[in-house]
Design a protein around this ligand. Structure first.
Ligand SMILES: [Zn+2]
Ligand SMILES: [Zn+2]
Length: 336
């Protein structure tokens, strides 16, 4: 069989190695096909050894093997790659490794690239600092980190429901979710736990917005009309993000104009089959909102955000009523 000419193999190598799947230019492949990135400056390959020369079998005591740490920032929860993975022994920070594919060497993303992407996804989600420690763990509904001090029956049900939801995400069958319940139920805790899971464990892009703040931002663009934050600049990221979380839906009265913009976000997401996770204190009429709640001085969700928006949500979300005793009255500390 005829030997393939060397130059074509090299050209193929150079072309394919130029840009990694995550868009990082490589260009460090030598003429003889050896990637310079896989060798340390002193010429010693060291993929199986950490920077300090210790083999990496024992789980890290800082992160417990999760490879990231989550802390409370000033306003937002912040994730960082743990020190144990900060300098990747495999790729030396290049985020790609050279692998053999048939007769060619190609640049493929290093395992650490996904970790960095997951951490970035968590930070981009903008979870409030107070919910930094809320996590869903794979082991089961009674093992939600940050919830261990809560004993109420309804919260147990809520946790089980969110755990079910997590499993449907794993099976790629998830639809949206509207968590409905009074103050102190733990809706925001649960939804933040879900966001942590979706970003840090699954690498799915999420964005958390508080309904009241979102309305204020939309209103501000109308008043200000500046170039940096116009209407489209607010709406587009909220339409495009794979999972949008709207906390406290219906809190504070939105004007018709503000609700029209919210409608636009929700309708466009619905048409693109993108997931919405939302929480609300107001029951939709289909869940007993309105007349019965009115005696307790509560409007229905329809009265807060309009029937059209509620039916859009109904078409794209599972409505989950967390009909709970008020945790604030019984629990050790206030929560919502
Ligand atoms: Zn670690
Ligand atoms: Zn790496």
């Amino acid at each position: 069989m005829m030997k393939k000419p060397d130059f074509s193999a090299q050209r193929e190598l150079a072309t394919r190695a130029k840009v990694t799947p995550n868009g990082v230019a490589v260009g460090s492949v030598t003429a003889n096909g050896v990637a310079s990135g896989s060798v340390t400056p002193n010429g010693v390959a060291s993929a199986s050894v950490t920077p300090n020369g210790v083999a990496t079998d024992a789980p890290c005591t800082r992160c417990g093997g999760r490879e990231y740490l989550v802390t409370r920032g000033e306003e937002l929860a912040e994730a960082v790659v743990c020190e144990c993975r900060a300098t990747c022994a495999k790729c030396k920070g290049a985020r790609y490794v050279i692998a053999r594919e048939g007769v060619y060497d190609v640049a493929v993303p290093c395992d650490c690239a996904a970790l960095h992407r997951r951490v970035r996804a968590f930070n981009d989600a903008r979870i409030p600092a107070g919910y930094a420690d809320k996590r869903l763990t794979p082991s089961g509904p009674n093992d939600l980190h940050g919830f261990s001090d809560r004993k109420s029956e309804s919260l147990k049900r809520a946790k089980a429901a969110v755990h079910r939801y997590r499993i449907s995400v794993d099976a790629s069958q998830a639809q949206g979710l509207l968590l409905i319940g009074g103050f102190g139920v733990g809706k925001t805790h649960l939804v933040c736990g879900l966001v942590s899971y979706l970003t840090l464990e699954r690498g799915i892009g999420c964005r958390f917005v508080d309904y009241h703040e979102l309305m204020a931002r939309i209103r501000a663009t109308f008043d200000r009309k500046d170039e940096t934050e116009n209407e489209a600049a607010i709406i587009e990221p909220l339409v495009q993000v794979p999972v949008l979380v709207i906390d406290d839906l219906g809190k504070g009265q939105g004007s018709n104009w503000e609700l029209t913009i919210l409608d636009q976000i929700i309708t466009r997401r619905y048409n693109a089959r993108r997931i919405i996770l939302a929480t609300t204190n107001y029951r939709p009429e289909s869940e007993g909102g309105g007349e019965s709640d009115k005696r307790r001085g509560l409007e229905s969700l329809e009265e807060r955000i309009g029937g059209r928006l509620v039916s859009r949500l109904q078409a794209s979300c599972e409505f989950m009523v967390l009909d709970v005793d008020d945790y604030r009255k019984t629990g050790p500390k206030a929560a919502r």
